[in-house]
Design a protein around this ligand. Structure first.
Ligand SMILES: NC(=O)C1=CN([C@@H]2O[C@H](COP(=O)(O)OP(=O)(O)OC[C@H]3O[C@@H](n4cnc5c(N)ncnc54)[C@H](OP(=O)(O)O)[C@@H]3O)[C@@H](O)[C@H]2O)C=CC1
Ligand SMILES: O=CC(=O)O
Length: 402
């Protein structure tokens, strides 16, 4: 629980500011990140990036005159644990002492991490691993996208095969099923370099059959496989706030969890290979339909003389609010679509989700209609715009029928 919830309101700022000031003397860099994350054997966040949580507190008097004892506990991901006691009479002043510093020394994993596919998502993810201190080898079809990561300390290998051969765990973040299969199973693909004791983690959004196919090839080489598509876009990738939807080898999941924790805010383990892909497709099917419906609302509000910016604000305050609407609504109103999630990938996900629905005879008429709209948007050359540009397809349709 953040310390501000337990400290008395009138001394909140004093306490936290004083505690932070005291700690600054010991630690040059203090994170404001309050997310607790497990310690791992992988190299992770920098040694002195600490987050504070209230460990215990006692305020014997509700008035501002009462004595207060507050204990802050901080754990860095490298095992440094420190306790800071804050005590004293509030009316006078607070005393702070660094009561204990403990270093938990654990074996360092000498694991090398490979990263294949450095697009909108792959680049910031690889960057976060490098910044966390991981030993990373990168590869991308267009080599120039490796350069910023190489300057941050990554090594480069000239094929997925070489990356997999030189790494303990290799991540892949590729555009679609075709590229995911090619990079894993094609000529000089990761499968050729992988072997027993190694793992392959595919984060790309693909269909169930593709994930199972890659799993079979990896398994045939005696290696482990985990599918781990992500929910969350460019900004969550940059901020290490992705949601992992994993399935496959449980032991690989356990092994890479510390790495997933660097990249994301939560992770789900869903069992058999295919469940992660299916979950991701269902989520993105909903997202694609939501965006199409939101686009209709914006255009209808404008046509009946309302201010669409006000609609965006109204939506943001009610039961149908969604971060996606608040984030993208204002720029959609201005006909701007800075690419975070390319429209071509949203249409790919709808297509794959419809295939999934078909495989179990589930009716999905809303998603089918949305998919048609994204196909129209692609035909207008909007493939590489953000998926919110789907509104342009509706604008064009309205003109056709006017
Ligand atoms: N952007 C987003 O918000 C999110 C995307 N996703 C999913 O993540 C995946 C990646 O998305 P994103 O980073 O946005 O996509 P990008 O289009 O930015 O990047 C795609 C990557 O795939 C590579 N690639 C494409 N075709 C091939 C091929 N035939 N052979 C080898 N490499 C290839 C590209 O290489 P090159 O640089 O050479 O073109 C690039 O590295 C997709 O499956 C997407 O659906 C999931 C969550 C969010
Ligand atoms: O797949 C896209 C996302 O935003 O999640």
């Amino acid at each position: 629980m953040p310390s501000t919830l337990l400290a008395k309101p009138n001394i909140n700022n004093l306490l936290s500011a004083t505690a932070m000031a005291l700690c600054s003397a010991f630690c040059p860099r203090i994170s404001t990140n309050f997310r607790p994350k497990p310690f791992s054997s992988f190299p992770s966040k920098p040694l002195l990036s600490l987050s504070f949580k209230v460990f215990s507190s006692q305020a014997t008097d509700a008035s501002s005159q009462g004595p207060l004892i507050l204990m802050l506990k901080s754990e860095s991901k490298t095992g440094l644990t420190c306790f800071i006691s804050v005590y004293g009479t509030i009316a006078t002043r607070c005393y702070l002492t660094l009561t204990m510093i403990m270093l938990n020394v654990t074996d360092k994993f000498s694991g090398r991490v490979g990263f294949l596919g450095l697009g909108i998502m792959g680049s910031p993810m690889a960057q976060n691993l490098i910044k966390a201190g991981c030993d990373v080898i990168v590869w991308n079809r267009t080599k120039s996208k490796c350069d910023p990561l190489i300057s941050l300390g990554a090594k480069y290998s000239s094929s997925p095969e070489e990356v997999a051969a030189n790494c303990d765990v290799t991540f892949a973040m590729l555009a679609d099923p075709e590229s995911a299969i090619d990079v894993a199973c094609g000529k000089n693909g990761a499968v050729s370099g992988i072997g027993p004791g190694k793992g392959y983690v595919d984060i790309s959004t693909v269909d169930v059959a593709t994930s199972k196919l890659i799993n079979e090839h990896i398994k045939a080489r005696g290696a482990l496989f985990l599918e781990a598509p992500v929910s969350g876009s460019k900004k969550p990738a940059e901020d290490g706030q992705l949601i992992f939807l994993t399935a496959g080898d449980r032991s690989l999941y356990e092994l890479v969890s510390p790495l997933l924790d660097i990249l994301g805010k939560s992770r789900f383990y869903l069992g058999e290979v295919g469940n992660g892909a299916a979950m991701k497709l269902v989520v993105n099917m909903i997202m694609g339909s939501m965006m199409a419906s939101f686009s209709e609302g914006i255009l209808l509000s404008k046509k009946v003389g309302l201010d669409p910016s006000v609609l965006v604000e109204v939506v943001s305050q009610g039961a149908i609010s969604a971060p996606m609407y608040s984030l993208k609504g204002p720029s959609m109103v201005k006909s701007q679509y800075p690419t975070a999630f390319p429209l071509k990938h949203q249409q790919k996900d709808l297509r794959l989700a419809l295939g999934l629905a078909e495989s179990v005879s589930q009716s999905t008429p809303i998603a089918a209609a949305a998919n048609e709209l994204y196909k129209v948007a692609k035909s207008y050359g909007l493939s590489d715009e953000d998926f919110s540009a789907v509104i342009e397809a509706l604008k064009a349709k309205s003109q056709d029928t006017a």
